[in-house]
Design a protein around this ligand. Structure first.
Ligand code: NAD
Length: 253
């Protein structure tokens, strides 16, 4: 028997990148994964390739959409694992950052995490096993230029993680954050495109620029993040609670 047999895991932004890799990892440990996101067709296509997985349309910025998606996810059994992975990024110097853009990022990256976690709170507080995994970022632990809105959002996610872990410490649910450096996904592609546009660098130079922020001099692969999520979901990881786990090749925080 696999240790996640019979458990439902919801992964927001589960149709691409890190979220998809986490869904595959948790499914390999026996979980029934529910991939949530805005593009139902893409989610269904990805879910079809994962054992016991299904898809639910969910826009984490829309409370009604979140309510419906989680009601559907809980139809057969309560949600045991929530991976708050949906996220967006952009870049702008602070003196050109609009309030709308600042709030757009917070709505997905912070309030989206709040909405989805609230949607499973009753399940998780009563459960004899539960996991919340928030995908923050190295930008949640340190600052960087041109991403003040993203840094603020990812720091906020770590604050929420720590507070909730303290509040739920007497329950059987742990709450942790994973904080990767640059990971080879569509989001990192966006950063690569921006460097090319703004500096005239070649693609290889742009990738090298991102890789510089990792002492190992490379971009992470999605499977490396998924592996940590899988480990956090293991029953023997229950003492790990309220942590912000940095994955960036040796960058000390
Ligand atoms: P990605 O763009 O492939 O994944 C983001 C996912 O979130 C997509 O599936 C997207 O459709 C979904 N999403 C965006 N807005 C949404 C909304 N309103 N409702 C529902 N879903 C929504 O990129 P990724 O790198 O896999 O990002 C996953 C998470 O990892 C994000 O939270 C991101 O901030 C974080 N992260 C990424 C990196 C990186 O370098 N790629 C580094 C650190 C942290």
């Amino acid at each position: 028997m696999a240790h996640l047999d019979g458990k439902t895991a919801v992964i927001t932004g589960g149709g691409t990148g890190i979220g998809l890799a986490i869904a595959k990892r948790l499914a390999a440990d026996g979980a029934h994964c529910v991939l949530m996101g805005r593009n139902l067709e893409r989610l269904q296509e990805k879910a079809a390739g994962i054992d016991r997985a299904r898809a639910e349309r969910c826009d984490v910025t829309d409370p009604d959409s979140v309510r419906k998606a989680f009601a559907a996810a809980r139809e057969t059994r309560p949600v045991s694992i929530l991976v708050n992975n949906a996220g967006i990024a952009s870049s702008a110097p602070f003196h050109r950052m609009s309030e709308d853009e600042f709030l757009r990022i917070q709505d997905v990256n912070v309030t989206g995490v709040f909405r989805c976690t609230r949607a499973v709170t009753d399940d998780l507080r009563a459960a004899d096993y539960g996991r919340v995994i928030n995908i923050s970022s190295i930008a949640g632990l340190s600052g960087g230029p041109y991403i003040s809105h993203y840094c603020a959002s990812k720091h906020a996610v770590i604050g929420m993680t720590r507070a909730l872990a303290a509040e739920w410490a007497k329950t059987q649910t742990t709450v942790n954050a994973i904080c990767p450096g640059y990971v080879r996904t569509e989001m990192a592609e966006g950063a690569i495109r921006t460097i090319i546009e703004k500096t005239g660098a070649t693609r290889d130079q742009a990738i090298a620029e991102l890789a510089k922020s990792n002492p190992q001099g490379r971009l992470l692969e999605v499977e490396e993040v998924a592996e940590i999520a899988g480990w956090l979901c293991h029953p023997d990881s229950r003492s790990v609670n309220g942590q912000a786990i940095a994955l960036n090749g040796g960058h000390s925080m």
